[in-house]
Design a protein around this ligand. Structure first.
Ligand SMILES: C=C(O[C@@H]1C=C(C(=O)O)C=C[C@H]1O)C(=O)O
Ligand SMILES: NC(=O)CC[C@H](N)C(=O)O
Length: 682
């Protein structure tokens, strides 16, 4: 049997697909609610519907009364009265609306909160399910009055209609989200729907995969020659290792002992450099040398580049074996790269949105040792020379605070945007919006960005600290948040949502109390569900291995979840996951697409730039680790705010706004996050 899933550009759709497949055993085909233009494409739609056994209409942003939010959905309910249809949330509201019911805005929207669902009456949809189960709700709109066409099946404790069916047609709907990680009885309900479909059974088979993502890499086929040579010395101090060369790219696990710090040493005129800009396209060249425009898309180019270089060195040293980086790309991808929009110009030339340098020489440090490594053939001289330099290192002088002029974000403007966020959260357009703002920091040209970084890393050490100076763009990060890591077999995402300040009176126990409240848990849950969706789009096995645990960082406590995916036997590789899960959901809110559009307006068409993007590495052994660029400073060479004597750095900060947020609370959180970086300055 096969089921057509209609997506309304939601961020939970693929969770639903996975649940339907698991619970019913049906094949699921997904289309968007605007994939068919009616009446022109009525015949095509008829053909599609006649090739499936049932339809599930998924959730989504917006209002079922607005045709641009629901597309073909009302038409499905009114035209296909013989075929079983199950509506979820927006899909449920549409079912009721088509049948003459009234809908209204909830006084207090419910986003990412668990409710008890009380069943009433008899329905095959809930056969064998006991009343009073928990389910997660994400809605601002509710069905306030029903007609005789609609039979109510369930209510929440606050009296909201939670499920219903048509009096004669096999059309059903639930207001809650059966697919959420914190919902119970979702699989049981869907399995009942599956049985019911089987009874109506028309035994049809859809013939095509409708919205499936095309894999970027079909096969890794190593055609490049690599060597693997290294020298092992006693552990050297990271900052002074960097100072042995003029050009380096530092990925610094500054606060996680035992984890690896990688320092790539690109070579001028030799190391390959890929640059992509939303406005000027792709260019490929060498570090500090010439580059050429290439008329190709970024993702296929980068994927092919790596597919030809996959290399698994044989390493005898048990410590070095554990190092995730074996040479490869180091760089960043901006927020706009994956959320392209027209933004206000902040530089005089096109902003580099992606920079990836293919680095064959690097130094890797763990708790005990420092390794000098090159994968370039016959590179003995560089290894010997670098090792000699390391053995005569002077420890880096400790950093001091940096004089700077800081322009803080405008609070009045933030308050206005916060209030508009509340309107969108109440109208059903978004469940959570990560509203951000930026400040500018003017630093005298006589102070090098490296001095600023040294101060940042000593003031705010973090697991994903980095210093990436590409000349035309500089990134000085103290991020605590992993976005995505992968190898051939697994991937992991680690969203952070929920923040409290760490001061002398705060303890871990107190932080837990403050973080384990409906507002923070709801914020985190929404992103966990969104990330499961991002991964389920491509993977069959996705697991939440840590749900909302409290972690301690240098200046804050945060609520962290871990979502892991299985890549065994998958057509997709890590780079597909990266491409299709950017921009990071923790920086947008949910549903992602609509939230990104709203944030663009709420943040006044200002580019986020590197802030909210990702940075990290993709190594030739197909291991990668990307962090979310937050708690960071960045600078573009020709920033319009820089002057002849000063360089302008930017620092973004923000937080997730939900209906449970207060403006003062969110502003304080934003200032707290900014200050984790700004304390570097005096
Ligand atoms: C937006 C920022 O952080 C994001 C928002 C968080 C939150 O809302 O609690 C926590 C971590 C990040 O995902 C930031 O640091 O600027
Ligand atoms: N999750 C949903 O489908 C939400 C439906 C609708 N936008 C609401 O807020 O009520």
């Amino acid at each position: 049997m096969s089921i057509l899933l209609v997506d309304s550009y939601d961020s939970f759709t693929y969770n639903l697909r996975e649940l339907i497949e698991r619970a019913t055993g049906c094949a699921v085909f997904t289309v968007h609610n605007d994939s068919y233009q009616l009446p022109a494409e009525q015949d095509n739609l008829d053909r599609l519907i006649s090739s499936v056994d049932a339809i599930v209409v998924g959730p989504g942003p917006g209002n079922p009364e607005q045709s641009h939010d629901v597309g073909i959905i009302p038409h499905l309910y009114s035209k296909y009265t013989e075929i079983p249809i199950l509506g979820i949330c927006l899909g449920f509201q549409s079912l009721c609306l088509v049948n003459g019911c009234k809908i209204r805005l909830l006084h207090e929207p419910v986003h990412g909160q668990v409710s008890k669902i009380s069943l009433q009456g008899e329905s095959s949809l809930f056969a064998g399910i006991e009343s009073g189960f928990d389910s997660v709700r994400y809605h601002s709109i509710y069905v306030s009055e029903i007609t005789d066409n609609i039979v109510p099946l369930a209510y929440s404790e606050d009296g909201c209609l939670m499920a219903a069916q048509h009096v004669t047609y096999p059309h059903f709907g639930v207001q809650y989200h059966p697919e959420s990680i914190c919902s119970n009885m979702g699989a049981e309900m869907l399995s009942n729907f599956g049985e019911l479909v089987q009874k109506t059974g028309q035994k049809r088979v859809a013939d095509k995969h409708l919205l499936n993502v095309q894999p970027l890499i079909l096969q890794f086929s190593s055609s490049k020659e690599f060597d693997f040579q290294f020298e092992k010395v006693s552990r050297k101090e990271t900052l002074s290792v960097c100072e042995i060369g003029d050009d380096f790219l530092l990925l610094n696990s500054a606060s996680v002992p035992g984890k690896w710090t990688i320092i790539g040493f690109p070579e001028p005129n030799t190391s390959q450099l890929i640059t992509h800009s939303q406005s000027s396209g792709l260019s490929v060249g060498v570090w500090k040398g010439a580059s050429e425009a290439v008329n190709q898309d970024l993702w296929p180019y980068v994927s092919r580049f790596m597919a030809e270089r996959k290399f698994q060195p044989r390493i005898d040293d048990p410590e070095l074996k554990d190092c995730p980086f074996m040479g490869g790309f180091i760089g960043f991808i901006s927020y706009e790269e994956s959320a392209p929009q027209d933004v206000e110009p902040i530089t005089s030339s096109p902003i580099p949105d992606t920079k990836l340098c293919f680095t064959e020489r690097f130094v890797a440090t763990n708790e005990n040792h420092t390794f000098v490594v090159s994968i370039r053939p016959n590179d003995d001289l560089w290894i010997a020379d670098t090792t000699a330099k390391l053995n005569t290192l002077n420890p880096s002088v400790s950093a001091s605070n940096i004089p700077a002029k800081i322009e803080m974000p405008d609070k009045q403007q933030y308050v206005e945007s916060f209030n508009k966020c509340q309107e969108y959260l109440h109208s059903g357009d978004s469940y959570e919006l990560c509203l951000t703002t930026q400040c500018k920091i003017h630093i005298d040209n006589t102070i090098s960005p490296w001095e600023v970084y040294k101060s940042l890393v000593s003031n705010n050490p973090s697991p994903y600290s980095c210093y990436l100076d590409f000349g035309d763009a500089k990134l000085l990060s103290s991020s605590p948040e992993r976005f995505l890591s992968w190898d051939d077999e697994h991937c992991q995402m680690r969203p952070i949502k929920g923040t409290v300040k760490k001061d002398s009176t705060m303890t871990y126990e107190k932080a837990c109390k403050l973080l384990k409240i409906p507002k923070e848990l709801g914020e985190n849950l929404m992103i966990v569900d969104l990330i499961r969706h991002d991964l389920y789009q491509m993977l069959n096995k996705v697991e939440v291995t840590k749900l909302m645990s409290v972690e301690e960082y240098h200046t804050v406590y945060q609520l962290v979840s871990v979502i892991e995916g299985d890549l065994h036997g998958s057509n997709y590789s890590g780079i597909d996951l990266l491409k299709h899960s950017l921009p990071p959901g923790s920086m947008t809110g949910a549903p992602k697409k609509r939230s990104v559009e709203l944030l663009h307006e709420l943040e006044h068409q200002k580019p986020r730039g590197l802030y909210s993007g990702v940075c990290g590495f993709w190594s030739v052994n197909n291991r990668a680790d990307w962090s979310v660029v937050i708690r960071s400073l960045f600078n573009y060479e020709d920033d319009l705010c820089s002057t002849a004597s000063s360089r302008c750095f930017r620092c973004g900060a923000g937080g997730a706004i939900t209906v449970l947020s207060t403006c003062e609370g969110e502003w304080d959180e934003l200032v707290l996050k900014l200050n984790s970086v700004l304390k570097v300055f005096k």
